[in-house]
Ligand binder design. Structure first.
Ligand SMILES: Cc1cc2nc3c(=O)[nH]c(=O)nc-3n(C[C@H](O)[C@H](O)[C@H](O)COP(=O)(O)OP(=O)(O)OC[C@H]3O[C@@H](n4cnc5c(N)ncnc54)[C@H](O)[C@@H]3O)c2cc1C
Length: 441
């Protein structure tokens, strides 16, 4: 129990808000979570496909998500029961059959990256030579850029070949930054590559949920918060902040005013702006948040007769609209496949049934022996992530604001990472630590 127990109101029950709430509950403070939707989880949430629980988008984690994994352990969850972990083994193919494979062996980092590049399949010796040079510079920090540039420019400066770009760096950049290489920040990309390949040998492991995302964090987090005396309220949209003389005292929803010693806005930038823009001390932050742009992710769930079993649990496709095909057998849902399309593109102009047909045609071309799916559900998240574009880090706010007791938290804050679960959890944890420190001082 802390010496001084405080009440903290947290608007937003996504992974950042929940991570913050769990950490503060653990320290002994009382939290109230206000979530505008009917369910928790935000952009990483459970949805229904018929009688099956799936997610609003296929989420893939990596071994480097240390804060997320630590949070699950803190909730006393048996991580192995919730998450399927395997060594990095990327298969990408064109529909004409040309294949690429990058497999990370069980060696210390960065030897695993170097061995993976050397033994990669589908790449020529020239490709490997340039990829190895890039990998070595990554490890020795000589890739870093003083002024941010695009990933495309970074790859050009380091003489990456066409194969390396299209079958290696571009798919990794889209999957991790959800931003096309022509716009993506080299600084954020280098950070992701460094943390994935240059620290621990298991940091590049791929981690796929065995269950729906709701069962991984939101459900256990609510139990934990309530057990520690906190409350979680759904369908409660934060509408106004009560600020007097640069000090916050309460947050309002449509039907309640909740007094609090501290208020955390764990909302995406576009949802923060209406709450903060009228306060002069927050003008600069509101102005920066209004400059954020967003990229979509489209997820298609395809239901087959359960007898269908792709050769691989995760298959990358090149030259098609569909980018990744993931076999949900891994989540105990045999016969269900997920197709992921990250980033903007012409597919966003298609109606759902046109897009479903288009994806089915592409899969038929690449895997002629697969039958047509019996049912398809398309989920479009138009603002899936902020765009990790060049110099975006200059706009990302710190957790602390100019108003005493008001904090910002979410994947978009200044974590240095792209919009990911790990960035959200880091932000939630850091905010909780800062609040506790400010109370203790
Ligand atoms: C389709 C898709 C696929 C993804 N794939 C991956 C992946 O493979 N790996 C990965 O690491 N990350 C992935 N991400 C990104 C990841 O989901 C996000 O980075 C993370 O969930 C962001 O969490 P957050 O808490 O910062 O924000 P959010 O999840 O946006 O949480 C904000 C919460 O605030 C609520 N809210 C909004 N306004 C108000 C208000 N006024 N009052 C109260 N509540 C409000 C919202 O309903 C929401 O619940 C993906 C995202 C999407 C959409």
């Amino acid at each position: 129990m802390p010496e001084i127990k405080k009440h903290i109101a947290i608007a937003g029950g996504g992974w950042a808000g929940l991570a913050c709430a769990v950490e503060l509950s653990l320290i002994g403070h009382q939290v109230t979570v206000l979530e505008s939707a009917k369910q928790l989880g935000g952009r990483a949430r459970r949805v229904a496909f018929g009688d099956q629980a799936v997610d609003n988008g296929q989420h893939v984690l990596i071994g480097a998500y240390r804060n997320t994994l630590a949070l699950l352990k803190r909730l006393d969850l048996t991580v192995d029961e919730l998450l399927h972990r395997s060594k990095l083994n990327l298969h990408l193919q064109y529909c004409d059959g040309k294949e690429f494979n990058l497999r990370s062996p069980n060696l210390l980092a960065p030897l695993n990256l170097l061995a993976a590049l050397l033994s990669a399949k589908g790449f020529t010796l020239v490709d490997k030579w340039h990829a190895l040079g890039f990998g070595l510079r990554l490890f020795t920090y000589s890739l870093s850029v003083d002024d941010d540039i695009s990933v495309a420019e970074l790859l050009h400066r380091h003489h990456q070949t066409r194969n390396n770009i299209t079958a290696l760096w571009e798919p990794i950049c889209l999957a991790s930054l959800n931003t096309p290489i022509e716009e993506a920040s080299a600084r954020i990309f280098i950070r992701v590559l460094y943390d994935t390949f240059c620290r621990g040998s298991s940091d590049s492991d791929l981690i796929v949920p065995k269950t729906d995302l709701g069962a991984i964090l939101p459900d256990p987090a609510v139990d934990f918060i309530e057990l520690h005396g906190g409350n979680v309220h759904l369908s409660q949209r934060a509408t106004e902040l009560v600020i007097e003389q640069r000090h916050i005292s309460a947050i309002k929803t449509e039907d309640k005013t909740i007094s609090a010693d501290h208020v955390v806005l764990a909302l995406p930038p576009h949802a923060c702006i209406p709450l903060i823009k009228s306060h002069p001390a927050l003008h600069d932050v509101a102005y920066n948040l209004s400059a954020f742009t967003y990229n979509p992710i489209v997820t298609a769930y395809l239901r087959y007769k359960s007898s269908i079993r792709p050769d691989r649990s995760m298959q990358g496709l090149l030259g098609t609209t569909a980018q990744w095909v993931i076999d949900r057998s891994i989540s105990g849902q045999a016969g269900l496949l997920t197709v992921v399309i990250s980033g903007p593109g012409k597919h966003m102009q298609l109606e759902n049934d046109e897009l479903a047909g288009h994806i089915q045609n592409e899969l038929h071309k690449c895997f002629p022996h697969w039958p047509r799916a019996e049912e398809v559900m398309i989920i479009r998240e138009k603002r899936a992530t902020f765009s990790s574009r060049v110099n975006i880090d200059l706009l990302r706010p710190t957790n602390k604001t100019a108003i005493q007791g008001l904090w910002l938290c979410g994947d978009y804050t200044a974590t240095g990472y792209p919009a990911t679960i790990e960035s959200a959890v880091i932000s939630g944890k850091t905010t909780a630590e800062l609040i506790h420190r400010s109370i203790s001082n």
